[in-house]
Design a protein around this ligand. Structure first.
Ligand SMILES: Cc1cc2nc3c(=O)[nH]c(=O)nc-3n(C[C@H](O)[C@H](O)[C@H](O)COP(=O)(O)OP(=O)(O)OC[C@H]3O[C@@H](n4cnc5c(N)ncnc54)[C@H](O)[C@@H]3O)c2cc1C
Length: 307
């Protein structure tokens, strides 16, 4: 029986582990399928406070983990595939082994949706990104491409006009999911060019480990063209990692955990931290801040319950 189990080893889970370990809760962190979380697939992070020269994402998240281990947090390799939150202690099935805990922090993140091209996966962090706030700054005066047709794609494209020489927005249909106002704003921007009924077939150049261009296919004419591109942003949504909690935790229609104030979920003793609840900011520092909040709330909950 554990006092506190933390699900996820990204910035949110690892920061929660620091606070919980320092509160002598001996937290157990279940690392998940992606130890280190999303920062483990990026390169330079320039906006996490405390690193004037920037820091490599995987190094940053590993340092936070080491800090948590230093205070007694225990890390388990594994993924929660099923959960029973109907009564306390909560029960978690981690790769077919059940564990029990008095309190739980869900810090399982929200994974970016990708196009699924092999070249795209190879170039994440090397010109391919899913976060304009994070990586737009690297493309000053460069050619940027954004893929997507919803509000977040419009937002990313508009934000990226601050940096890029040009921003090409590629969308596979000729109708957009984006709201009228966002679409009009993007259409009116002199730096934004829109290519509709168009898909990206390939991103170059994994051999050079940097984005140099793409091939585009017009879905109406079938015509294939090549374009030079320096920064490639995929803005087709995120998938919150909440599958084991469906029907138990209060989730919104897209699957994000609904906050019941602070770090509280719909179930007392279960707390949320980071991108799994956050569809707005999605930053390492906000995830870390949320991890801190969740650990403090978990500690107070356990104290109140006499543990
Ligand atoms: C390419 C890229 C570049 C980025 N660059 C920056 C940047 O420069 N600056 C910045 O501030 N932010 C950046 N971000 C965003 C930042 O990485 C996220 O906001 C942050 O990682 C969110 O932290 P998190 O802990 O909430 O979730 P995540 O980092 O997504 O971690 C989720 C964790 O949950 C685990 N997990 C998932 N499901 C389960 C399960 N069922 N059981 C157990 N564990 C589970 C995963 O294995 C993972 O360890 C970037 C993101 C990407 C994708």
């Amino acid at each position: 029986m554990h006092n506190l189990v933390i699900l996820g080893s990204g910035c949110a889970g690892n920061t929660a582990a620091i606070y919980a370990a320092r509160a002598s809760l001996t937290p157990v962190v279940v690392a998940g399928h992606e130890p280190g979380g999303q920062l483990s697939i990026t390169t330079l992070v320039e906006n996490f406070p405390g690193f004037p020269e920037g820091i490599d994402g995987p190094v940053l998240v590993e340092q936070i983990k080491k800090q948590a281990e230093h205070f007694g947090a225990v890390y388990l390799n594994g993924t929660v595939i099923e959960a029973d939150l109907s009564k306390r202690p909560f029960r978690l099935n981690v790769d077919n082994e059940w564990m029990e805990t008095r309190a739980l922090i869900v810090a399982t993140g929200a994974s970016a949706r990708w196009l699924g091209l092999e070249s795209e996966q190879k170039l994440i962090g090397h010109g391919v990104s899913s976060c304009a706030t994070c990586d737009g700054f690297f493309y000053r005066g460069k050619k940027i491409m954004v893929v997507g047709g919803g509000d977040s794609a419009m937002e990313e494209a508009l934000f990226l006009t601050r940096f890029g020489e040009s921003v090409t927005l590629v969308h596979r249909r000729d109708e957009f999911r984006a709201s009228r106002i966002m679409l009009d704003r993007a259409r009116a921007h002199p730096k934004i060019e829109m290519l509709t009924n168009t898909v990206v077939d390939e991103i170059f150049d994994p051999a050079q480990n940097v984005v140099t261009g793409v091939t585009l296919r017009d879905l109406v004419t079938g015509k294939v063209t090549r374009r030079d591109v320096d920064g490639f942003f995929v803005a087709i949504g995120h998938i919150p990692n909440t599958k084991p909690f469906v029907g138990q935790l209060d989730l919104d229609p897209d699957g994000y955990v609904v906050s019941h104030g602070g770090a509280r979920t719909s179930i007392p003793g279960v707390f949320h931290a980071g991108d799994v609840q956050d569809r707005i900011y999605r930053q390492a520092v906000t995830a870390s801040g949320a991890g801190c909040m969740a650990a403090i709330e978990a500690e107070r909950f356990l104290e109140h319950e006499g543990h």
